[in-house]
Design a protein. Structure first.
Length: 590
């Protein structure tokens, strides 16, 4: 063993120990490992930052943006309300998510399938009051399992198909992977469905201040317009859209104030006083096509796309204190609408235009993105954690889906590489304003991308130092004389173990020829052994860095490095246990 190989094994081993220890943040650990590798000379100076240009970093960052834009569009909430209105059990929700992700992953890039369904998981999480971490890791593992079912489902399958063509003259076809892959997917999803409790309940480790500040009792008013889809429908049906987070405190019908009974049928021009969280009120208003209070602002030299809503606190020095919205006439004088008010410890039932504002009130203002800062300064308003809210903002409901579909079709047909397709999709979300630039950069999870970029050159030291060939030689010696099932299991387990440090395609390139050579030496057919390499390379359930699907959910799920083997280790054991006899049955070695 050379000095470089010793350094490579030592640095990677120590890094894994510190990762599992979980005392330091993962991006800092990865950066320290990179500097150590550069210091001892196993990573050249000119290669130290090569990870920042790697496709995996681009794919993960772009997928986070695309997922955030789909979630912001509101189309996910509409779909859930329409097709799964009564899906409340976590087990049924999880079954739906995992099955859809697995099936999609068989035909499109698995990280794309995961990005499509992540917003659905967040909606289910809000509805059931359960941490998103309970959903995201099982979904990521299901995406990996689904990719095993077809030739195009994952990169290892494509590479191993070419290896078979080189060895036998006949490549694997599209659905040669399906019998074994479908069985593994079915078994894996069943395990995840019944043992999802192994996943810890986490909150995001990098939760921002604006996410931590939550106003629970906003009061807003909305009018039933001619375009509303609740005309003639009972009030209770409207409030269901708020998932229990919105109540009606009054209904104004002309000059008559009515009690908000759930069975009261709504009429055109009814004004409903709503109370709840701003996001929940927004779901009710946008889903029913209600008209929020205030005058239409389009036509005052501003486009609807430039309108935003922002929370602010009325300070003691504010001239708004002691005045009502009617007296202020903000929409006429400043081009700003008052959409909602929250007063600590009080339930408000007055119309917003008649409510006398007080110092300490939290208000939601709608106005032009560039003009609102000046309005807030003039009226001595304090922005609440500098965050925008969705209430009253224009949605791009179908644009994110069209962009995402175009990216998926482009990659499935091989027109463009995955990295280019996802980067173009993320750019399209910004160009067509499906997501504001401020939210776009929040969606890009910096610590995750830094960790990936730092780890890529460190992991590559196994290849550049010759350590991977050392492992391969030892593996060949161990496999000599073993029965077929034991040799197959050895290949599979080794591929699983190597994948976190090489990318999965590289694992196949290293392990594939080894598997084929000792299959030939033992006078066995090579197909089962090549399939074992592909399954092992595509089944990294132990770390967040072996596959981009695992990395994608790490930040949003708030996971620690050590969370992955809690669910992934028993799943890996089951995959090995099921794969070996299934491979020998579908692809006999004799």
């Amino acid at each position: 063993m050379t000095t470089e190989q010793i350094f490579a094994f030592t640095i990677i081993g120590l890094m894994m120990v510190v990762f599992i220890w979980d005392r330091f943040r993962y991006d800092m650990v990865a950066c320290c490992a990179l500097i150590a590798a550069v210091a001892v000379g196993i990573v050249p100076f000119e290669e130290a930052f090569s990870g920042f240009s790697d496709d995996i970093v681009i794919i993960v960052g772009s997928a986070l943006v695309v997922s955030a834009a789909v979630a912001r569009s509101g189309i996910v909430d509409i779909a859930i309300k329409k097709f799964f209105p009564n899906l409340t059990s976590i087990r049924t929700q999880l079954a739906l998510l995992m099955i859809v992700v697995a099936v999609l992953s068989a035909f499109i890039k698995n990280i794309g399938a995961l990005a499509i369904m992540m917003p659905v998981a967040f909606q289910f999480s809000k509805r059931s009051g359960i941490s998103p971490s309970k959903y995201l890791m099982p979904m990521a593992f299901s995406a990996l399992l689904g990719g095993l079912m077809t030739q195009i489902g994952t990169s290892p399958n494509i590479v191993v198909s070419q290896l078979r063509a080189d060895l036998t003259g006949t490549p694997f076809t599209m659905f040669d992977f399906t019998p074994v892959g479908a069985i593994l997917t079915l078994v894996g999803i069943t395990f995840l469905l019944f043992f999802h409790w192994l996943v810890p309940s986490r909150t995001r480790q990098n939760t921002s201040l604006e996410e931590a500040v939550e106003i629970a009792n906003y009061t807003s008013e909305a009018t039933v317009s001619a375009q509303s889809n609740v005309v003639g429908r009972p009030l209770g049906e409207l409030l269901k859209r708020g998932d229990g987070e919105v109540i009606a405190t009054a209904i104004l019908r002309g000059a008559t104030r009515m009690s908000p009974f759930p069975d009261l049928n709504l009429r055109e021009n009814d004004t409903i006083i709503l109370e709840g969280r701003s996001a929940a009120i927004d779901r009710v208003v946008s889903g029913a096509k209600l008209q929020l209070s205030g005058k239409p602002l389009k036509g005052r030299g501003q486009q609807l796309d430039d309108l935003i809503s922002i929370e602010a606190i009325i300070s003691r020095e504010s001239p708004l204190s002691g005045l009502s919205a009617r007296e202020l006439a903000l929409s006429y004088t400043r081009g700003v609408n008052l959409l909602a008010v929250s007063r600590r410890g009080q339930r408000l039932s007055e119309r917003l235009r008649d409510l006398t504002l007080m110092a300490g009130d939290v208000i939601v203002l709608q106005g032009n993105r560039n003009a609102l800062p000046g309005v807030m300064q003039d009226f001595a308003l304090l922005p609440l954690a500098q965050r925008e809210v969705m209430l009253g903002t224009k949605r791009k409901a179908f644009i994110p889906l069209v962009i995402l579909a175009a990216a998926m079709i482009s990659t499935a047909l091989g027109w463009v590489p995955v990295a280019i397709a996802f980067f173009a999709a993320a750019l399209g979300m910004a160009v067509f304003r499906a997501i504001p630039l401020t939210d776009l950069y929040k969606a890009v999870d910096g610590p995750i991308l830094i960790m990936l970029a730092a780890l890529i050159p460190v992991a590559d030291t196994l290849r550049t130092s010759g350590a991977s060939e050392l492992i391969a030689g030892a593996l060949g010696n161990m496999a000599t004389g073993l029965p077929p099932w034991a040799a197959l299991a050895l290949i599979l387990v080794t591929a699983m173990g190597v994948t976190p440090f090489l990318n999965n395609a590289a694992t196949v390139l290293v392990m594939g020829p080894i598997a084929a050579s000792f299959a030939t030496a033992l006078d066995y057919r090579p197909e089962a052994f090549l399939m074992a390499v592909a399954i092992g390379a595509g089944s990294d359930f132990l770390t967040p860095v072996g596959h981009q699907c695992n990395t994608l959910v790490m930040g949003p799920g708030g996971y620690k490095f050590s969370d992955y083997p809690r669910l992934g280790l028993p799943l890996s054991f089951i995959i090995v246990l099921v794969s070996v006899p299934t491979l020998l049955w579908v692809w006999p070695v004799g």
